[in-house]
Design a protein around this ligand. Structure first.
Ligand SMILES: [Zn+2]
Ligand SMILES: [Zn+2]
Length: 355
């Protein structure tokens, strides 16, 4: 990824005015019509300013490292990525699907000239605590832009080719002379007819109307790793929306949310639960059955245990590495019997005299 701040020679805290000023200086310096100009650098400076000069695009770039994502209509079902609160746990799943779905396609340089990366997609995935404990593969469905299968993303009706653009005569750009403060410049602008490709379909694809992409439902199986916590993010490269004109596809970012559990509370890798024991066990000691995230265990209760006592079941919490687990803390409360036989009541009275 390009460091636009570095290209403009400003720091990340620079004000919009400072960015504008830096852009003017650099654009002036590298302008290809000037002696000592540099076409490649001039283009880079312009690209940087298009992002950093626009406060909205800039904040997206700061946050996601790319600016062509998360538009106001970005993501499925109006998902608003700008409020996404990323957890500190992030799993990079890389291009795990490339073996199944085929890698992203690359086209010739003329097409790539105006290539644009596809949008990233953000979704939230809810899993149970048990699923987070073991890890789970979850099916999700996404309605998103994928490559048009009719035209293979080319935008031309099958059997028809592309013809040279008449507006720009195949150049992909239009030259325009402009008088400015710095002198007379000839500027180039992207050809609006062919959008920079230099060619356009002789006959546009019926399926995608020449766009090369269509909206489609895609099913994916998401591997949720064991131990993940709420707010954890799974990132899958290339499973966002298809790029434009051969641009790479965006990423899919899955924010994991753990459903509340009726028995356990979680704090990082540790689990907490409350367990009631009879006042007899509390007084005399004994065994209590404890439900843990992976089955029942017996806990030895010492005699004279008070309500609120905490016991630790070591390594019975959530996994936090391949072989390590947090602890499970059990808080004891004492159950008071509601109904007692006459005999039991008499026995208790005898005990009460003793205390
Ligand atoms: Zn098509
Ligand atoms: Zn053109």
């Amino acid at each position: 990824m390009k460091d636009y701040y570095n290209i403009l020679g400003v720091n990340k805290a620079a004000s919009q005015d400072e960015i504008k000023k830096a852009y003017r200086e650099k654009a002036h310096k590298f302008h290809p019509d000037k002696s000592g100009g540099d076409d490649a650098k001039f283009k880079e400076v312009n690209e940087a300013y298009q992002i950093l000069g626009n406060p909205e695009k800039r904040s997206q770039y700061d946050r996601f490292g790319t600016a062509d994502n998360f538009g106001p209509n970005g993501g499925p079902a109006g998902f608003d990525f700008s409020n996404f609160d990323f957890g500190n746990m992030e799993f990079d799943l890389g291009d795990i699907f490339s073996d199944f779905f085929g890698g992203s396609s690359r086209r010739g340089s003329s097409a790539r000239q105006m290539a644009q990366r596809g949008r990233d997609i953000g979704v939230t995935l809810e899993v149970s605590l048990e699923e987070a404990f073991r890890g789970v593969a979850r099916e999700i469905e996404l309605r998103k832009l994928v490559k048009c299968h009719r035209c293979g993303g080319e935008g031309a009706e099958p059997g028809t080719g592309k013809i040279n653009c008449k507006t720009c005569e195949g150049a992909g750009e239009l030259k325009k002379t402009q008088r400015t403060l710095f002198g007379v410049f000839s500027q180039t602008a992207v050809c609006p007819t062919c959008r920079g490709e230099g060619r356009y379909p002789e006959q546009v694809c019926r399926e995608c109307a020449g766009e090369g992409r269509v909206r489609k439902l895609e099913k994916l199986s998401i591997p949720v790793p064991a131990g993940i916590d709420s707010g954890g993010v799974l990132r899958i490269h290339g499973k966002g929306e298809e790029g434009i004109r051969g641009g790479e596809a965006g990423d899919l970012e899955i924010k994991v949310k753990i459903k509340p559990h009726p028995v356990f509370e979680r704090d990082g890798a540790d689990l907490y639960s409350e367990v009631g024991i009879s006042f007899v066990t509390a007084s005399l000691g004994g065994l209590a059955e404890i439900k843990t995230i992976d089955g029942q265990v017996e806990l030895k209760i010492p005699g004279g245990t008070e309500s609120g006592a905490m016991f630790k079941l070591a390594a019975k919490g959530m996994p936090y590495s391949a072989s390590r687990r947090g602890d499970h803390y059990v808080e004891i409360y004492i159950r008071t019997p509601k109904k007692l036989s006459g005999k039991a009541q008499k026995n208790l009275k005898d005990i009460a005299e003793e205390l």
